[in-house]
Write a protein of this length. Sequence first.
Length: 355
Amino acid sequence: MRGRARRGLLVPAMTLTTVLVAVAAATVTACSDRGGGTPEQGTRAAGLTASPAPAVLQEPPVTLTEAERALSGALGAQAVLESATPHLEADRRNLLAQTRDSQEALTMAAFNSTPGPLPHYTWGKPELLVPRVQWDPFWFAAVVEREDSKGEKRSAVLVMTKYGEHEWYLSSTSLLDPEERVPEIAKDAGGYATELDDDDPTTAISPRLMAPLHATSAEEGSAGFAAGLIEKGPHTTGYAEEIAGKRPKYKGDCLGYDSIFGASNYPVHALRTADGGAMVMYSLIRTTTVTAKIEPCADIRVPPNAERLASATGARKELRTVETQQYVSTVPAKTGRGPARVIGYLGGVTKVSAN
C-alpha cells in the first residue's frame, strides 16, 4: 500500500499589509496588558484587525478539464492502436506505454496470449470522479460505457494516474456487473470528489483493509473471519466454493490443488460516497498451484486460457498460474448497515510457470 504525505490545499490569502497589521495589533495588545498603551491605540488596532482577509481556495492539482483531456487522449489513442491493420509490434509497444500498475500486467498478458488483433472497443461519455485534494502520484477515476465489437455494452470504472511530471497512464479497468451501478459520489460545489486516506476511520472497512479482507473471503468463504463483512458472491465466497469443489477431483488423480489470494502491491484508491461510505478500487493476486504428489500421476495440463503464456502444454511436477484481478467495491459508513459489496471486476492470467 502506498505511503502518503499530505499537502494542504487551503491557503490563507494574507497580503503583506495584513501581516503587518496583525503584528501591530499583537504588539499593541501586549503593551496594553502591561499598561504601556493608550485607549486610542487599542481602539484603532482593534478596528484594523476586525476583518481578516478571506481564505482563497487554490485550484486543484488535477482539474476537471485536465482529467477530461487526459482520458479522451488515452481512449482515443487506444482505439486507434487497437484497430490498426496490420497490427504492428510498434502499435502494441505504444499501447503498452500508456498503461501502468495492474493494467500494464493485464495488457502485457493480452499481447502474449492473443495471436491476432486485440479486441476493439468504443467508449461513451465519461462521468469524471476527480479528487479535489490529493498528492503525487495524482489520479482520478471515470465511469464510462464500453461497447465491444459485438455490440455488448458494459459500464467500466477506469483509473488514470500521473507520476510527477510524466504523462497520464491507464492504471486499472474494472467492468461493473450488469445489474450494478456506481454509487453516488460525494462532490463539492465545484464538482470535485473527496479522496479517502488508506486508513480512513469513518468507513466500516478502511480502504487499506478491503483487499486483504476480500482475499480472506475468497479463500475461506463463509467460514472465514471476513464472513459478514463482505457480501457473498462469485468473486468472494464463490471462489472458496470453487476451490473446495476442485480439490477432491485433483486428489483422485494424485494431484494436489491449492489456490490462494493476496492483496497486490498496486495502488489502492478510494472516494467518499454520498451516504458517508466509500467506493474502493484495488487489485488482488490469485496464485493457483497443481502439484504431483507421487509418480506417476495424471498429466498436469495448462488451462486453455493460459496456454500461450506457458512454454509447454503441461507440467510434470508442478504448474503455477498467477492471475491479476482488478476490483471495485462499495463500503458502508462506519455507522451504516450491511456488508461491503463487490460491484466490478476485470482480470486474467498474467503468468504461468511449469516444471
